[in-house]
Design a protein around this ligand. Structure first.
Ligand SMILES: C=CC1=C(C)c2cc3[nH]c(cc4nc(cc5[nH]c(cc1n2)c(C)c5CCC(=O)O)C(CCC(=O)O)=C4C)c(C)c3C=C
Ligand SMILES: [Fe+2]
Ligand SMILES: [Fe+2]
Length: 325
């Protein structure tokens, strides 16, 4: 029997509606993942359901309402655009599906659709350029849970990172230039990555090193000197120490350090979502201008950028070549 190939793009997940109930359902599943929050379940379950969710859901639902699109959550809509673009670039040789680690469309359903079409070889492509135990590893866990029900599992591979690919670095640099950033002016560039608890990095999560390499590569591609850019970590959650420096702290400090014109890019996000559109482009801008900044511009995520899509399509082609025997 001829082998048939399928790709599953996997992103984090997002509420199905911008309401407290929609946010609660999403966060309950996401924040109960022991890789995301490592507190023992017996302690964490009552804390999450008794304190964290009741306090958080209304506020976060309001934040989602600020960015919600006619077709739904930006994270889902832009991930679907990536799926469409990658299917078009890959032609009939492979079927491209989209799934979320938490919520819908589920990884289970994506696999069942591929299986129904006779797919026997699967490439999992997490939409996280940098590996983290809190994101990429969770895709692998979710896949293993789906496979646990199969009698005949397909051949499968997982692309762990794509931050080191020159196509991704170039696409990022191009998007920064396109947004108007100029190294000739007094423009300062902040690379704001989603944070993780510092303890996870101490235990061996390579994420901070990969973020640093990403920023260095893009700065080099743009020809920036060390005084023209900086790296920071955003979206802190809970009481633990997270990777530093914190984005919100820097946004308050930069104007006082003479950095009055700021561009912010968020390279850990393959697509725009709550953490970029609301936390950075809206809240971050307000924080920076309030602290004395004069000009602020958010560099949109790559989303379905043609250069980025071509980079991911090349990963798919390489995988197809590698498994032909
Ligand atoms: C302990 C908590 C969290 C860790 C660790 C974490 C890591 C992490 N997350 C992303 C990407 C995204 N996170 C998003 C939202 C989000 N993240 C957390 C918490 C942790 N993330 C929460 C509680 C939320 C929901 C919003 C909120 O309540 O504040 C999203 C956006 C989803 C959307 O619907 O738009 C993304 C994407 C990465 C890359 C990462 C580690 C590297
Ligand atoms: Fe997150
Ligand atoms: Fe946030």
């Amino acid at each position: 029997m001829a082998e048939k190939q399928g790709v599953i793009l996997v992103n984090l997940g997002t509420p199905s509606e911008a309401t407290p109930a929609g946010v609660r359902a999403f966060l309950q599943e996401f924040l109960m993942d022991p890789r995301v929050v490592g507190i023992p379940r017996l302690l964490w379950w009552p804390l999450l359901n008794g304190i964290v969710l009741p306090l958080r859901c209304k506020r976060v639902a309001h934040a989602y309402q600020q960015i919600w699109l006619e077709q739904g959550s930006p994270l889902l809509v832009y991930s679907q655009q990536q799926q469409t673009a990658l299917q078009a670039l890959s032609g009939d040789s492979v079927i491209v599906e989209l799934a979320m680690t938490y919520g819908q469309p589920s990884l289970q359903d994506a696999w069942l659709r591929l299986k129904a079409r006779g797919v026997t070889q699967v490439l999992l492509l997490p939409l996280y350029p940098q590996y983290s135990s809190t994101t990429t590893a969770c895709v692998s866990d979710a896949w293993q849970r789906v496979m646990a029900h199969e009698h005949h599992i397909p051949t499968y591979s997982l692309i762990g990172t794509h931050y080191q690919s020159s196509g991704y670095i170039k696409a990022l640099a191009d998007s920064i230039r396109r947004t108007g950033f100029s190294s000739e002016l007094d423009d300062f560039l902040l690379f704001s990555f989603h944070g993780i608890p510092e303890q996870y990095a101490d235990r061996g999560d390579p994420y901070p090193r990969q973020c640093k390499e990403t920023a260095e590569q893009v700065a080099q591609e743009l020809g920036l000197s060390a005084s023209q850019w900086q790296l920071s970590f955003q979206s802190r959650f809970g009481k633990q120490k997270w990777l530093q420096p914190y984005t919100d702290t820097l946004l308050r400090q930069l104007p006082g350090n003479g950095k009055k014109r700021l561009y912010v890019v968020c390279p850990a996000f393959s697509v725009d979502c709550l953490e970029t559109l609301e936390e950075i482009a809206e809240e971050g801008k307000e924080t920076y201008l309030h602290a004395g900044g004069e000009f602020f511009r958010y560099v949109p995520a790559l989303n379905a950028d043609p250069g980025y899509m071509e980079t991911l399509a090349a990963f798919i082609r390489q995988w197809q070549c590698a498994i032909q025997y």
